[in-house]
Every structure is written in structure tokens, then in C-alpha cells.
Design a protein around this ligand. Structure first.
Ligand SMILES: *Cc1c(COP(=O)(O)O)cnc(C)c1O
Length: 366
């Protein structure tokens, strides 16, 4: 087999471990594995199947198209889709048993119309904004929404739900404030005659706020083995980004490397060329600030990250063409991690792994 040019390897055993660990932390709740954005760049269908095997019973998608993609792959588990533009035709969703979220009377009416056209009830989750100020019904409009939902025979309200702003900062007072507003919203829904389930916990709240597990927890990032909170948990990163040495050569002291000649060899050294660059998900802003794992240790990338390649300084070590290069991985052997890239470039590991869904990067499953 040829050495990979650019490949993400998805370790589904690690993913199953994470899901079963997370489900075990919330024994009284069902677990929804969030697989939006093509499973945070890991492949929604493969992730969904593995998560369901490991103890998840729900799946979370952002858009209806994403939810229908799971259905088209033959996945029959409950799926919630929560954010689509005005004028979306929800009929295919209702027909395919996709749970739909409504944050307003207008959205509820669109869903009810789709249910009428399909000739079956739609299952909806009413979303209350408890402080994130994104999607979700404003508290002032909530009474009208729950009353309308209770009076609309085309929909059945399965749950009310919300999303937290600061759950990754343990002890942040906003989380308690959001929990209180969520409770108020629940009481109003019950007063309107609904008997909804409740869900609000993302990965961070699942890990640190058992009081907010309610009936269903919605972990995303933790399913992929990345920990959103400072406290340690037994989560195993699922994605490894790897390539191979395409070319190796000696250069003499004084020679410089890559565009701008921004790095100069202090002594004679061996350079290894790795055929991945910013078109493959290596941020150019990592130039002069990244290491890769090759020939048994971390080694610095020298000079600028290019569109298609980076150059690694290997000193006097023997590095062979074809040797495996790990750009980021689990960190178990000291190789760089997605978190390390995120910390250096000023983002979060969510963005690093989600950004790895690229046509030029192969994806394989272990
Ligand atoms: C993305 C998302 C989640 C998962 O969040 P993580 O921080 O990745 O656990 C849960 N709920 C909603 C509504 C989301 O959009």
C-alpha cells in the first residue's frame, strides 16, 4: 500500500469508548450523540453507527439535510434537527421521522403545515432561549409558543430544550441563571398542558453538571474524545491526521527553507518534506510554531507552511522517504494533538477537527 499523502484516521474503538463512558455518567438520561458538521469532521454516518452501538440512543444534527443524510444511510434511531432557514420544506423530515425544533410560532406553523401535507404528526422540541441569545424562543414569547403548540394537533411536543453558554467554565454563574430560566420555561409549558421531556446539557454540562442531565444529554465534542473542561476525564481522541515523508535530503549549514527563506540551518541537517499544507488543514499560522511526529519523536516544522507541503528539520537522524508522519493524534506517545494546534493558533479544538473535512484529505476508519 502506498504511504498516505494526507489522511485522517478515525478510531471508532476510541469513539465507542467515549460514548459508553459518557452514557455511564448520565445513567438516568438518554444520550444524544451530536453528529452535525459531518460528525465534527469525523464522518456523520460512521460516527452515528458506532455511537448507537456504544449506548447512544439519539442523534443530533444541525440541519434537516444532515438528518436526512443519516436516514438515507439506513439509520432509524431518533434524530433531532434544529436549525434551518425560513421557508424550509419540513415534509421530508416529518415523513422520515426526524424530530424538529421550533423556536417560534412561525417555525411551528411551518412544521405543522409539513405534517398536514404528509398526513402524520410531527414530533417537535420547543427551544427556549435561556441566555445564549442565539436560537431559541425569547422568554416573553414563550407563553404564546407553548399555548400554540398545545393547540396544534399536527404536532406533538416531545421536549423543551435549551443550550448553555458557559458550561465549559466550571462554576460560571450564567449556568445557574440559565438553569433557573429553563425551570421557569418548563413550568409554563406544563401550565399550558404539555408534558415535555427536558434537555440542556452539552458535553461540558454532561461532564460537570449532573443536576442538568434531565431526560437527555447532548454531547458533541466529548464523543470525539476532546475534553471541553479543565478537569481530566477518560476521553480518547478519535482523529489522527497523518501523512508520510515524500522526500528527504541533506542541506548544508547556511541554507534557508521555504517561501521568504524565514528559517536558516545553523548546521548541516536532514530535511524531510511532508506533502500536506494549508489546503489540507495545516493552518499557515502554525508556521515556525509546530511540530510533527516522525521517526519516533517530535520534530520542528521549519520555514513557512505552504499550500501543499511543510518541511521538517530532522537534524542528523535517519529519516526515510515513506516514513509515517503524525501531524496530530491522541497525544498518547507525545505526538501533537488537535488541542495543541488550537492553543497555538488561538482557537478551539472543535474548529481544528471540524476543519479536517476536505476533499484532498482521505478518511479511513479503524
Ligand atoms: C453542537 C451542539 C451540542 C454539542 O456541544 P458540545 O460542546 O460539542 O458538546 C449540543 N447541543 C447543541 C444545540 C449544539 O448545537
Amino acid at each position: 500500500m502506498a504511504a498516505p499523502r494526507a489522511e485522517v484516521v478515525i478510531d471508532l474503538d476510541n469513539l465507542r469508548h467515549n460514548v459508553s463512558f459518557l452514557a455511564g455518567l448520565a445513567p438516568g438520561a438518554d444520550t444524544m450523540a451530536v453528529v452535525k458538521a459531518d460528525g465534527y469532521g469525523h464522518g456523520a454516518v460512521e460516527v452515528a453507527r458506532a455511537a448507537l452501538e456504544a449506548g447512544a440512543s439519539w442523534l443530533g444534527s444541525c440541519s434537516l439535510v444532515e438528518a436526512l443524510h443519516l436516514r438515507n444511510a439506513g439509520i432509524t434511531a431518533p434524530v433531532l434537527a434544529w436549525l434551518d432557514p425560513v421557508g424550509t420544506d419540513y415534509a421530508p423530515g416529518v415523513a422520515a421521522d426526524v424530530d424538529l425544533s421550533a423556536s417560534s410560532v412561525r417555525q411551528l406553523a411551518e412544521i405543522a403545515e409539513a405534517a398536514r401535507s404528509v398526513g402524520r404528526q410531527a414530533r417537535v422540541h420547543l427551544k427556549i432561549d435561556t441566555g445564549l441569545s442565539r436560537n431559541g424562543c425569547a422568554a416573553d414569547d414563550w407563553g404564546a409558543l407553548v399555548e400554540k403548540a398545545a393547540a396544534t394537533p399536527e404536532v406533538r411536543v416531545h421536549a423543551i430544550w435549551s443550550h448553555l453558554a458557559c458550561a465549559d467554565e466550571i462554576g460560571h454563574p450564567a449556568t445557574d441563571a440559565q438553569a433557573e430560566r429553563f425551570d421557569d420555561a418548563y413550568r409554563e409549558a406544563v401550565a399550558a398542558g404539555l408534558e415535555p421531556l427536558r434537555h440542556i446539557a452539552n458535553s461540558a454540562a454532561l461532564l460537570t453538571r449532573p443536576d442538568l442531565h434531565f431526560d437527555l444529554v447532548r454531547p458533541g465534542i466529548a464523543v470525539y474524545g476532546l475534553n471541553p473542561v479543565p478537569e481530566p476525564f477518560d476521553l480518547r481522541p478519535v482523529m489522527t491526521f497523518r501523512s508520510s515523508v515524500a522526500f528527504a535530503k541533506r542541506i548544508p549549514a547556511g541554507e534557508s527553507v521555504s517561501y521568504g527563506l524565514s528559517w536558516t540551518a545553523k548546521s548541516d541537517t536532514t530535511l524531510a518534506l511532508v506533502p500536506v499544507g494549508y489546503a489540507d488543514g495545516v493552518p499557515r499560522s502554525l508556521s515556525h510554531r509546530m511540530h510533527v511526529w516522525v521517526a519516533g519523536r517530535r520534530r520542528p516544522v521549519v520555514g513557512r507552511v505552504c499550500m501543499d507541503q511543510v518541511v521538517v528539520d530532522c537534524g542528523d537522524d535517519v529519516v526515510a522517504e515513506g516514513d509515517e508522519v503524525v501531524l496530530f493524534g491522541t497525544g498518547a506517545h507525545g505526538e501533537p494533538t488537535a488541542r495543541e494546534w488550537a492553543d497555538i493558533t488561538g482557537t478551539i479544538d472543535y474548529e481544528i477537527v471540524t476543519g479536517m473535512y476536505r476533499p484532498r484529505v482521505a478518511r479511513t476508519y479503524r
